[in-house]
Design a protein around this ligand. Structure first.
Ligand code: PAF
Length: 278
């Protein structure tokens, strides 16, 4: 496995690596890798095939954070991340620092203006501009043919698919189902920052969403999910919404596939989860 820290090094390495014949598949991450990320790597390996290569990027992207305390607190266990990548058979890790990714006077941003407006976009202004900008840069730097994302961040996935569609980006977007702990908590790098008490309580998010979606009307679903989460004094809802699965706009009736989505704070740790409502 090779580890590079600049775009120039990455390009040079990939020119040699597997030539131009192999399919190159990128797994963009912010590090603090867990089993969910390893599932993305597995999917990337399948998609790359024996002649192809798997590139994992590890970059805590400062321009997608709306709070500096959140950026500073984001875990960065680089040695263990590299070890996990090596064990998972990753070919190349791209681990730049912010200086290698952004000019200090950068003035171009990629901005999606519809799907990114609500949910996490409303709660974290500028977040999806930061995501789109870094993801497009990672696509260009790696010259990847395909890239793998987790369905846990379903709004991110929808926004990236839209960016790829609207800008004719020649990268196939592959998605992997959310990976959960045995108690139902969606795996996330942020889970490591929960106290023992918060960690024990956090599976209630998924439980509340799953139980609520069995009900009939929109108001009942939202009320039941809210009650299930707010039954804990540790949990504070950032948003709880029922949105159309395609447009991500809030729904008032259930005539089309929808998604019940929540962001919940435990202390200063913000967790997101969602369930599909058929
Ligand atoms: O999902 C993430 O970890 C990040 O948003 C991504 C896609 C790596 C961009 O920084």
């Amino acid at each position: 496995m090779q580890v590079v820290a600049t775009g120039v090094e990455l390009r040079e390495l990939l020119m040699e690596y597997g030539g131009v014949a192999g399919r190159r598949v990128l797994v963009p991450t912010m590090g603090a890798l867990h089993h969910g990320h390893l599932e993305l790597v597995k999917r990337a390996r399948e998609a790359a095939g024996p002649a192809g290569s798997v590139v994992v990027s590890i970059f805590v992207n400062p321009i997608q954070f709306d709070r500096s305390d959140d950026l500073e607190a984001y875990p960065r266990p680089m040695a263990s991340d590299l070890e996990q990548c090596r064990a998972a058979g990753v070919d190349v890790v791209f681990a730049p620092d912010a200086g290698a990714m952004y000019f200090s006077d950068r003035s171009v941003t990629v901005s999606e203006s519809l799907l990114s407006r609500g949910l996490c976009g409303a709660a974290r202004p500028g977040h999806f501009d930061g995501v789109c900008t870094v993801v497009l840069k990672l696509f260009l730097l790696s010259g990847c043919h395909a890239a793998v994302f987790g369905e846990k961040d379903f709004q991110q996935l929808a926004v990236i698919r839209r960016m790829v569609r609207d800008l004719d980006v020649p990268v196939e977007i592959l998605a992997c189902p959310t990976v959960r702990e045995s108690d139902g908590l969606a795996m996330s790098s942020r889970n490591a920052r929960l106290t023992d008490k918060q960690r024990a309580d956090a599976p209630r998010i998924h439980r509340a969403l799953t139980d609520a979606m069995k009900l009939g009307g929109v108001a009942d679903i939202l009320a039941a999910a809210r009650a299930g989460i707010e039954a804990s004094p540790l949990a504070r809802i950032d948003y709880l919404e029922l949105v159309d699965a395609e447009t991500l706009q809030p729904v008032t009736t259930l005539t089309r596939p929808a998604v019940l989505a929540a962001a919940v704070f435990y202390g200063d740790v913000r967790l997101i989860d969602h369930v599909a409502v058929k």
